[in-house]
Design a protein around this ligand. Structure first.
Ligand SMILES: Cc1ncc(COP(=O)(O)O)c(C=O)c1O
Length: 403
């Protein structure tokens, strides 16, 4: 996706001084490449896209068109999946708390609910009793140690009595089908990927059971520029390395079995992280006790990146530039820590535009209505300018309050 001062000027004229650029072409490419990497080792692999990471309807629709599943964690996300045309049997509902009424209808429609707790098992038990003539598809969220130092709060401890009870119940009830065993581990380092796969295989062996789908969750790094890569300790694996680390374990295990259940991963960041940029116009440049600050029409809240200095490009827009050292690009909010990028050294003029890359995951979906409504999202990656989300207005945010 090419961005230059001419393109930016045209977009500013129509959409204002700050906006996101969505790269849906890149998203399609990432989806294809990641799926191909897993398919090369384990042919029956697929992607269940993590909606929470970036639930922009256009992206969700692309996933559905490309044959992926929707991985949702709330009735809100379930509604998005429905509205972009996902059939219920292409939707997997994870998450610790689910609306019971919506869950009941979803199960009757043929969707998969991954049960997260004993309490939820009881709810499913009740739904099953109320609909003895329906076949309900359920999964179990499995929790085991992958030596990542985290005691996760999600799902059933596979060594506990609750898991055994849940497994026995869903495999013995006439109208429940245990279609899915699922796990997710948040740490993205490749070191934990063989362990998550092996943990699942060990469980299958112990249970002497093969579900239709094995879902090993998300938690993969995506593609990133070298300056971002350099800020992480350790190597950033590529798609093929994750596939090698995990899919090989299943390929080996099922080689002799004559069956190959579908292997799912639930990426969010890995497919969408590099598919969004945030552009913000420089409004003021000042020096305070020797330190330079440029305030932009934009905020750290727009990009939600913490703990790293995001990749930045500064586009000259025609103003008279001078050289700065260690300048911080700061946001429109009144928070001291609202810094989009630290210690920029280079040329800058008022009205220049900063372009922050790699802000496709956990950005738009986590932007609070703090100080200002959010900016528009545009997609220029497919040869035209498509408004993905118009800029928010005062009324968008305040119509739920009583004045
Ligand atoms: C169950 C589940 N699946 C998938 C994801 C996506 O994770 P990521 O964006 O890190 O790949 C998450 C993130 O929290 C998750 O909780």
């Amino acid at each position: 996706m090419e961005i230059n001062s001419k393109i930016i000027k045209e977009l500013q004229a129509d959409y204002g001084e700050a906006f996101y650029l969505l790269d849906s072409a890149q998203f399609r490419q990432n989806f294809t490449e990641l799926k191909a990497a897993f398919n090369a080792i384990y042919p029956h692999s697929n992607i269940a896209y993590s909606y929470k990471t970036n639930y922009t309807p256009k992206l969700c629709r692309i996933v559905n068109e490309m044959g992926g599943y929707a991985e949702v964690v709330s009735e809100m996300e379930l509604e998005i999946a429905r509205r972009v045309g996902c059939a219920a049997n292409r939707i997997i509902w994870n998450g610790p708390i689910k609306n019971v009424t919506v869950m009941e209808q979803f199960l009757l429609d043929g969707g998969t609910v991954n049960i997260d707790s004993r309490e939820e098992l009881d709810v499913v038990r009740g739904i099953g009793q109320r609909h003895s003539d329906a076949v309900l598809h359920v999964g179990l969220r499995c929790n085991y140690d992958v030596a990542d130092g985290v005691v996760s709060r999600f799902g059933f401890d596979v060594d506990g009595a609750d898991f055994r009870e849940a497994f026995d119940f869903v495999t013995s009830a006439n109208n429940l089908k245990l279609i899915n065993l699922q796990c997710h581990f948040a740490k993205r380092q490749i070191d934990y990927w063989p362990a998550r796969a092996q943990g699942m295989v060990d469980l299958l062996k112990r249970l002497d059971f093969i579900p239709e789908r094995i879902d090993i969750g998300g938690g993969l790094y995506g593609k990133m520029a070298d300056d971002l890569r350099a800020q992480f300790s350790g190597k950033i694996p590529d798609y093929a390395s994750y596939a090698k680390a995990a899919a090989t374990v299943f390929a080996d295990y099922f080689k002799a079995n004559g069956v190959q259940p579908e292997l799912l991963i639930e990426p969010g960041s890995a497919v969408v992280g590099d598919c969004m940029k945030f552009l913000a116009t420089v409004k003021t440049i000042k020096q305070v006790r020797g330190k330079w600050f440029a305030t932009v029409m934009g905020s750290q809240k727009n990009i939600s990146m913490t703990g790293i200095n995001p990749p930045i490009e500064v586009v000259a827009m025609g103003g008279e530039r001078r050289h700065y050292a260690d300048l911080d690009f700061v946001g429109f909010t009144c928070i001291e820590g609202d810094v989009l990028h630290r210690n920029y050294t280079g040329d800058l003029a008022l009205a220049d535009v900063i372009v922050i890359s790699n802000c496709g995951s956990y950005s738009l979906v986590m932007k609070p209505p703090f100080i200002l409504p959010n900016f528009p999202v545009l997609d220029i990656s497919e040869g035209k300018t498509e408004v993905i989300k118009r800029g928010e207005t005062f009324d968008d945010l305040f119509h739920t309050f009583n004045f």
